[in-house]
Design a protein around this ligand. Structure first.
Ligand code: HEC
Ligand code: HEC
Ligand code: HEC
Ligand code: HEC
Ligand code: HEC
Length: 225
């Protein structure tokens, strides 16, 4: 039998073993959390946008300094199509041709807001799009249709439903368009930066729960191409 190595040589080995186990455990925990909800440590937070676009100023209530522009004014396809669509720079210029660095100063608090408005106008005059980063995106094999969900939430007879999304409370339907958006996206009108929903996730389980609750098909083929 070979002599046992002295304990002192075993210590570094034991430490390396423990470190490797800790790293593997850490990776597994992160994968586990990401799979069932959203990634931890802010890895799932809002991406940096090329121009900081505050929903508060545009869609927020007038009492709070917003301009209460309707969601559908910018997300033009949301009640009629699959994708909500993000507005082209031409839509921004409808207002910002007038509300620009020269005359917005009264309402805009910070000089950097004026710089951002100027960036919008520069993009427009250069004929370039603003490359917004996507906040919510389903994998390519998933099909999602805004129109069907907006119709369900904003139309039909008055009824009480329990939607298994977010805090899962009974809700009186139909609701207004912005209230419908907040079922899945949270209160975007109060966000200076659109955050992927923190309290809930748009994972397959959420979709399936709500479909089951409302007698909508849960066939794989309605959501998967
Ligand atoms: C003046 C135009 C405008 C209005 C009004 C507006 N939005 Fe937006 N919205 C944008 C732009 C531009 C973006 C892309 C930049 C960003 O993500 O912040 C966006 C992004 C979003 C996103 C994230 C899209 C993604 O990438 O996943 C959601 C969700 C959203 N808006 C919901 C709303 C809701 C709900 C309302 C009404 C309460 C609303 N928006 C009103 C212009 C607008
Ligand atoms: C319906 C009119 C309207 C449209 C459309 C619109 N804006 Fe605005 N925007 C405003 C108003 C009003 C303000 C506030 C200006 C003020 O207070 O003087 C503003 C302010 C801003 C600011 C300054 C931010 C701040 O904190 O004040 C930015 C940046 C901006 N808009 C970008 C955009 C972009 C990008 C689009 C297109 C996706 C867009 N806007 C579309 C009306 C509009
Ligand atoms: C039933 C849940 C649900 C509701 C309600 C909902 N959305 Fe969405 N939204 C999603 C999902 C899921 C995605 C990602 C879609 C994808 O990647 O194909 C998304 C993506 C988006 C996007 C970015 C991609 C695109 O479709 O252009 C915008 C903008 C958006 N939503 C705006 C809105 C607005 C505005 C409302 C309310 C009028 C709304 N959504 C209501 C689930 C919802
Ligand atoms: C708030 C409840 C709710 C949530 C959450 C929800 N759905 Fe739905 N979905 C419905 C209802 C209700 C319908 C049926 C609407 C109708 O046509 O009457 C539907 C219909 C659909 C359809 C069929 C649309 C058509 O007309 O072809 C697809 C596809 C779909 N949902 C995908 C998804 C996906 C993917 C998710 C998750 C990202 C999701 N849904 C989350 C309630 C929900
Ligand atoms: C109501 C919509 C809906 C239905 C019905 C549905 N799925 Fe999904 N599925 C999703 C969404 C959304 C995702 C992507 C988000 C996620 O990973 O949870 C997904 C992801 C998946 C994935 C990949 C997981 C990954 O990491 O990307 C598989 C595999 C899958 N679904 C299989 C199925 C099978 C099998 C069925 C039928 C028994 C089914 N799905 C029915 C919405 C649905």
């Amino acid at each position: 039998m070979p002599p046992l190595p002295p304990t002192r040589q075993l210590i570094p080995l034991a430490i390396a073993g423990l470190a490797a186990t800790a790293i593997v455990a850490f990776i597994l925990v992160v994968l586990f959390i990401s799979w069932f909800s959203n990634p931890p440590f802010g890895w799932g937070d809002a991406p940096d946008q090329p121009i900081s676009f505050p929903h508060t100023v545009h869609a927020g209530p007038v009492e709070e300094g917003g301009h209460a522009i309707q969601c559908e004014f910018c997300h033009r396809n949301v009640t009629t199509g699959a994708a909500a669509t993000v507005p082209a720079v031409e839509v921004c210029v409808i207002c910002h041709q007038q509300i620009n660095g020269a005359n917005a100063a009264a309402g805009v608090a910070e000089p950097e807001d004026l710089i951002d408005i100027q960036r919008v106008l520069d993009k427009h005059s250069d004929g370039r799009p603003i490359d917004w980063e996507r906040v919510h995106r389903m994998p390519d094999h998933v099909r999602f249709v805004h129109e069907a969900h907006l119709r369900f939430l904003t139309q039909g007879e008055p009824r009480t439903v329990t939607l298994p999304v977010g805090d899962e409370k009974p809700m009186q339907l139909p609701v207004s368009v912005p209230e419908a958006c907040s079922v899945c996206h949270g209160d975007v009108a109060q966000m200076t930066e659109v955050q992927p929903q923190q309290g809930q996730s748009l994972k397959m389980g959420t979709c399936l729960d709500c479909h089951r609750e409302n007698d909508v098909s849960t066939d794989c083929t309605i959501c998967h191409k």
